[in-house]
Design a protein around this ligand. Structure first.
Ligand SMILES: Nc1ncnc2c1ncn2[C@@H]1O[C@H](COP(=O)(O)OP(=O)(O)OP(=O)(O)O)[C@@H](O)[C@H]1O
Length: 228
C-alpha cells in the first residue's frame, strides 16, 4: 500500500531530513509517526502525497510508483489521499459546506452527488447543523472536524494527519481521535504524526519512531517512548 525503499531527502539548503527510510504499510493500518522535533516526520509524511520529492529511493503508493510519475498524474495520486493539518487550513471566506464541496467540485462531481456526499460526511463528523457557518464561527475542534470531513469526502484510501490535535485541548483531542478511529474502522489507512504521549499510549496502534532521518523503532501497539 505504502512502500518506501532507501529513501533519502536532502533539501535545497543542504539539510538532510531523511537518511535511508524503508517501510511497508498495509491497507487499513493505523500508524503513528513519532520522534523529536526536526527528526523528519513531516518530511516523511509529505513524501506520501508528493508535497516533497525524495532525493533518491523508491516510493510506491497503491499501484503507483512515484519514481517515474509525471507531474500531470500527481492529482490522481492525491485523489486517493486526504490530508489533515494541525492548523486546519480551511478557506476562511467559504462556509463549512463550501469548504468540503470544493474538494468535489475540482474533480467535477455532479451537483446532486456533491450535496448528498457533503451532507453525509458532515453527519459523520457531527456537524450537520453547522453547514452554513463560516470557519471562524466554529471552535477549534469543530474546525478540525470540518477539515477531516474535507479529507474523507472523496473516499480516499489513505488519510494523512500531521499533528491533527496539536492546537486542541485534551478533551477535544479525544473526540477527534474517535473520529479517526471510525474512519480507520471503515478500512482507510491512517498515518498520523503526533507529539501526544497520552494519545499514543492510550489508543494503541503501530508506532514508527523517526530520529535524525532514520526509523529507530517500528512496533505493533507500541508506546510513545519519549518523555514529552
Ligand atoms: N522546506 C525545507 N527546506 C529546508 N529544510 C527543511 C524543509 N523542511 C524541513 N526542513 C528541515 O528538515 C529537517 C526535518 O524537518 P521535518 O519538518 O520533517 O521534521 P519533524 O520531525 O516534522 O519536526 P516537528 O516535530 O518539529 O514538526 C529539519 O532539520 C528541518 O529544518
Amino acid at each position: 500500500m505504502i512502500l518506501m525503499k532507501d529513501i533519502y531527502k536532502t533539501y535545497a539548503n543542504g539539510v538532510t531530513a531523511l537518511n535511508g527510510i524503508n517501510i511497508d504499510i498495509k491497507q487499513g493500518e493505523f500508524v503513528y509517526i513519532v520522534g523529536p522535533s526536526g527528526a523528519g516526520k513531516s518530511t516523511f509524511i509529505k513524501l506520501i502525497f508528493r508535497e516533497v520529492k525524495p532525493s533518491s529511493g523508491t516510493i510506491v503508493i497503491g499501484d503507483m510508483d512515484l519514481s517515474g510519475i509525471k507531474e500531470r498524474k500527481v492529482p490522481f495520486l492525491r485523489r486517493n489521499i486526504g490530508v489533515v493539518y494541525q492548523d486546519f487550513k480551511l478557506l476562511s471566506k467559504l462556509s463549512v459546506y463550501e469548504n468540503i464541496a470544493f474538494a468535489l467540485e475540482v474533480i467535477e462531481e455532479s451537483p446532486k452527488n456533491i450535496r448528498k456526499r457533503v451532507m453525509e460526511v458532515l453527519e459523520q463528523v457531527g456537524l450537520k447543523n453547522k453547514a452554513r457557518f463560516l470557519p471562524n464561527e466554529l471552535s477549534g475542534g469543530e474546525q478540525q472536524r470540518v477539515s477531516i470531513a474535507r479529507a474523507i469526502v472523496n473516499h480516499p484510501k489513505i488519510v494523512i494527519a500531521d499533528e491533527p490535535t496539536g492546537n486542541l485541548d485534551p478533551e477535544t483531542s479525544w473526540g477527534i481521535m474517535k473520529t479517526f478511529e471510525e474512519i480507520n474502522a471503515s478500512g482507510t489507512t491512517i498515518i498520523m504524526a503526533t507529539h501526544s504521549k497520552e494519545i499514543v499510549n492510550t489508543i494503541k496502534k503501530r508506532v514508527i519512531a523517526i530520529e535524525d532521518g532514520l526509523i529507530v523503532r517500528d512496533e505493533h501497539r507500541g508506546d510513545y517512548g519519549y518523555e514529552i
